[in-house]
Design a protein around this ligand. Structure first.
Ligand code: C2O
Ligand code: CU
Ligand code: CU
Length: 563
């Protein structure tokens, strides 16, 4: 019997795959089952976009309109989300925008984000991890005039390389071994751009790397084998104001960094790019304090790419220094925020699943309602038993502080994922502009894909203030008010409540027989007015009772579902 994979071939022997780059304005993406040779001679079953694993790099230009034809030939439903991009809810590709098998979804939008590295991946609830694991992910490079005016390496595949980092587990016959709802860093093989044991030839000059953590959970701690410094020039949402000298860059799931490494004068040398995972602590997946027995990637430093330095390019002309200033950003002043929303990342103990504000995702509940044009602070506190990368759709945000301390320089640019440690509180600030939809929400969630699939995710609508209900008579200042609109209602009603002071609370809905039919909110809120949409789903028409309970008070509101 011929023994097939996964052969442990000698390290770093496969040329790093560089996904093809495609330009618009029209982009055709077809998702289909395929096979990919991670190990030579072994055909591994995968999913791909227009190919066997991952997808093409989409090149967008700020200000252009793009038209995407996304065809699902997987034989099962999925969605495709443009991670990091500021697009309308109906174009965002979240769990509500299902692409049924053998159909084509055709979003079209203007590219509003600045030059940056984004990515795309499926987002079907409870299937995201599996679909990404099998190969559905791709990079997006956004270009704009401001970035183009800077002397930076930007020739794709020549002095500007995508690096999609993923850990994967292969079984005895070389097939991907996906573990549903896995919440650890399980893969024991590094795959970069779909290549195992990759080697890349780089020119002896300044070279740019767009690094994406495309893993389900593993955290990477990027460094170069000789411990040299390099410059971080960009974060999730685009370029930083100035390059930051670094020798390590930590990336949690979903995060990106643009790095420039200088190989000048090193022709003939071989170096490796390493994840210094032995330096990861505090429950960072794959780190030193949560080693998984027998997994050589956990708690140990490992090479994920070998680079061999070759002659300089003549075209493009090598860049000789990274500009000392890059772009000008407009961090938002704390005083501009009209509200602070608390997001408690909790759970993780027996009987308490990982959740946000005590609530596990229910696609029928809108957890937060945001007004168009508002600037808000989201205060994310991790009371759970492990770390979580918190991600928001729709917007890029600025990190105000981590436990009250301003973030390090490389975290002062635009972000859409922020890694939050146990017992840490991170405040981010953002403005909700341009897009509203009274029906289709945006998502916020943990970007550990196993946590996301388990429901560590919530939904927010962005609505126009003009559609708000009229406020009623003034009320005593210490009163809790609970109202709903419309009432009666036929599908969904907005529960609006005002709290005089910060409190723990729970909002439940009961039917006429006193049976609890839904928990709409459970968690802590600051003083203020809040809205949550309750969708009645398939419940029969009738009178229901909404209760808002705090440790000291209970407010009851009858509501009428008319159908
Ligand atoms: Cu990378 Cu909700 O997504
Ligand atoms: Cu996203
Ligand atoms: Cu998580």
């Amino acid at each position: 019997v011929l023994v097939v994979g996964p052969p442990r071939v000698a390290a770093q022997t496969n040329a790093l795959a560089i996904p093809p780059v495609v330009q618009g304005p029209t982009f055709d993406l077809t998702m289909a089952p395929s096979t990919h040779e991670f190990y030579s001679g072994t055909s591994t079953n995968t999913f791909g976009f227009n190919g066997s694993y991952l997808g093409p790099t989409l090149e967008f230009t700020k200000g252009d309109s793009v038209f995407l034809n996304v065809t699902n030939s997987l034989g099962e439903p999925t969605t495709v989300h443009w991670h990091g991009m500021h697009v309308a809810p109906e174009n965002d590709g979240g769990p509500h925008t299902v692409i049924e098998p053998d159909t084509t979804w055709r979003p079209a939008f203007e590219v509003l984000n600045q030059a940056s590295t984004m990515w795309y991946h499926p987002h079907l609830h409870m299937k995201t991890d599996e679909h990404v694991y099998k190969g559905l992910a791709g990079m997006i490079i956004i270009r704009d005039d401001e970035e183009a005016a800077l002397d930076l390496p930007r020739t794709y595949g020549v002095d500007d390389f995508p690096l999609v980092l993923q850990d994967r587990d292969f079984d005895e016959v070389g097939q991907l071994r996906f573990r549903p709802m896995d919440i650890g860093a399980g893969g024991d093989v590094m795959v970069v751009n779909g290549t195992v044991d990759p080697i890349l030839e780089v020119p002896a000059q300044l070279v740019r790397f767009r690094v994406l953590n495309g893993s389900g959970a593993r955290v990477y701690n990027f460094g170069v084998s000789d411990d040299r410094n390099f410059q971080q020039i960009g974060s999730d949402g685009g370029l930083l104001e100035a390059p930051v000298e670094m020798n390590r860059v930590r990336l949690s799931a979903g995060e990106r960094a643009e790095l420039v490494v200088d190989f000048t004068g090193e022709v003939g040398d071989t170096l490796t790019f390493v994840s210094y995972a032995s330096e990861l602590v505090n429950n960072e997946p794959g780190g030193a304090d949560e080693p998984v027995r027998g997994n050589p990637l956990n708690g140990a430093d490992f090479t994920f790419l070998t680079v061999k330095v070759v002659a300089q390019t003549t075209s493009p002309v090598p860049v000789d220094a990274v500009p000392t200033t890059l772009v000008s950003l407009s961090p938002i002043a704390e005083a501009e925020a009209v509200r602070t929303r608390t997001m408690t990342l909790d759970g993780g103990t027996p009987g308490n699943p990982f959740a946000i504000n005590g609530i596990v995702l229910d696609l029928e509940v809108i957890n937060e309602v945001v007004y168009l044009g508002d600037t808000e602070i989201w205060e994310i506190t991790n009371t759970s038993t492990t770390t979580h990368p918190f991600h928001m759709h729709d917007v890029q945000f600025y990190i105000l502080d981590r436990d009250g301390v301003p973030p390090p320089p490389n975290e002062r640019g635009l972000k859409d994922v922020v890694f939050v440690h146990i017992d840490e509180t991170v405040r981010v600030i953002t403005k909700f502009e341009d897009f509203t939809n009274p029906e289709i929400p945006y998502m916020y969630h943990c970007h550990f894909l196993g946590h996301e699939d388990l429901g560590m995710m919530g939904q927010f609508l962005v609505v126009d203030r003009s559609s708000d209900v009229e406020d009623e008579d003034p009320m005593p200042e210490d009163e809790i008010r609970l109202q709903n609109y419309p009432n009666p209602f036929d599908r969904a009603t907005t529960l609006k409540y005002t709290l005089p002071a910060r409190t723990d609370l729970q909002i439940d809905v009961y039917d006429i027989l006193g049976r609890q039919v839904k928990t709409v909110f459970k968690g802590t809120r600051a003083a203020g007015t809040f809205e949550t949409v309750w969708k009645a789903g398939s419940l029969p028409a009738g009178v229901y009772t909404v209760t808002l309970a705090t440790p000291t008070r209970r407010v009851v509101l009858p509501v009428v579902l008319s159908r």
